[in-house]
Design a protein around this ligand. Structure first.
Ligand code: F0G
Length: 419
């Protein structure tokens, strides 16, 4: 089995429900959705994908936000806080500086809880409800926990989040806390948290809402659909390339799936599919290593470190879905330093766009690839910025200018300004 752009639409199996089923990407076994809880294949432990008997065309989409794309999703509606429909900013100075034909920033930090995770949660939490789950859980570098806490409590369910102790940005913990999640601070990194939460889910303790959950990635497809629709409206063509930060490679997998489904529906030519280009921090770059070595499997990095704590991940669980996505679309993967990430965070801030460090990795990676000549000057590019500046106020303050103490009277302030 391989996740090819030219794969034919699979036949509907007997266990499909209303034209929807789950299929293992490794062995092809199929499973009924919404009945028994399964995250990976019962037969071979491979990753699962949601499949549809009917794939929509652009004409089937109406309304706004994630649920505009209901025809491409496993349910008709979800537990919603009006997620999606995020801005696709023009950045004329940055575009000229990087030196590409067009550069647009898809700012996912403008979602309800400040990251793209909301798109997955509106679907995933609705499926959890359908399955009758009463407790939801995730491991997280922060954003998933914020989104799960908000959507879980809106859906009336308990939430449990496992975070790597001391490595989660302040804004994210504050969100999980106020939305009422039970927060476990684990001694260990994100990958350890994910190992534990998978054990808990297998033991029936909670319903797992990490990106291993195939339903969550369905919601995240809508990032790709929004970008494509906007480029078609503005330029008459889809973008040449989409650059995105990579942690567990869930978004990379989701965007690739959106493109495959559009190809199967006859809406997109294989040659026109945007080149998926992943960016990791140098201190946590197992996907980049696999792409550079032409490897089929990703080596787990036990030691990871980066200022971009959201992508401080050594074992990208969605690699079997994402590696073919990067390769089949003619994309690539690149690692950037923490200094390059901070510089890109400032570049975006100069255009009025406030992002957390992991988000700026996409712009830093584009710069790097442009300098290497991998990206050419005639390309139209969309960079994904995945989380809002306020997620990590400490990183923003460290990258920005320092406040200046002044006396509490105008003359003193004027004096100070003249210095
Ligand atoms: N950017 C941000 C801001 C993130 O929070 C994450 C992942 C990524 C990029 C990477 O996305 O996993 O789809 O490749 N954050 C997860 C979390 C791991 O727990 O919040 P990916």
């Amino acid at each position: 089995m391989s996740l090819s752009l030219s794969a034919a639409q699979p036949a509907e199996p007997a266990d499909a429900v209303d034209g929807v089923w789950l299929e293992c990407i490794a062995c092809g076994d199929t499973f009924a959705p919404f009945e028994e809880i399964c995250y990976t294949c019962d037969s071979c432990d491979g990753l699962l994908e949601v499949r549809y008997a009917d794939l929509p065309t652009f004409d089937d989409f109406s309304g706004t936000g994630v649920w505009r794309y209901a025809a491409a999703l496993p349910l008709e509606s979800g537990v919603s806080i009006q997620e999606g429909a995020t801005p696709l900013y023009e950045v004329p100075r940055l575009e000229a500086d990087v030196g590409v034909e067009a550069l647009r920033i898809k700012h996912e930090g403008m979602n309800p809880t400040g990251s793209f995770k909301d798109r997955g949660m509106t679907v995933g939490v609705a499926v959890a409800k359908e399955l009758g789950a009463d407790r939801l859980a995730c491991a997280s570098t922060g954003n998933t926990s914020a989104a799960l806490a908000a959507y879980g409590s809106r859906g009336g369910m308990e939430t449990l989040v496992l975070l790597p102790a001391g490595k989660v940005a302040a804004g994210k913990i504050a969100q999980a806390s106020l939305h009422g999640a039970r927060i476990l601070e684990v001694e260990g990194n994100f990958d350890t948290c994910l190992d534990i939460v998978q054990d808990l889910a297998e033991g029936g303790e909670a319903y797992l809402l990490n990106s291993l959950n195939p339903f969550r990635l369905e919601g995240q497809k809508t990032i790709g659909l929004e970008i494509l629709e906007a480029f078609l409206a503005d330029y008459g063509e889809v973008p040449d390339r989409i650059v995105l930060p990579v942690g567990n490679a869930g978004n990379t997998s989701a965007l690739y799936k959106a493109f495959r489904e559009l190809v199967q529906a006859g809406e997109l030519e294989v040659d026109d599919v945007p080149k998926l280009t992943g960016v990791q921090a140098e201190g946590a770059a197992p996907m980049v290593e696999a792409i550079e070595n032409g490897a089929d499997e990703v080596r787990r990095w036990d030691e990871v470190e980066t200022r971009a704590t959201a992508i401080r991940i050594g074992n990208p669980v969605n690699a079997p879905k994402a590696l073919p996505g990067i390769r089949e679309t003619g994309g690539t993967a690149v690692a950037v330093s923490d200094e390059e990430i901070t510089a890109a965070q400032r570049d975006l801030a100069e255009e009025g766009i406030g992002v957390e460090p992991a988000s700026a990795a996409s712009v830093a990676g584009l710069r790097e690839l442009r300098a290497e000549g991998v990206v050419s000057d005639d390309e139209r590019v969309a960079c994904l910025t995945t989380g809002h500046l306020l997620k990590d106020p400490d990183a923003a303050a460290a990258a920005g200018v320092d406040p200046e103490p002044v006396p509490g009277e105008t003359a003193g302030v004027l004096d100070h300004l003249e210095q």
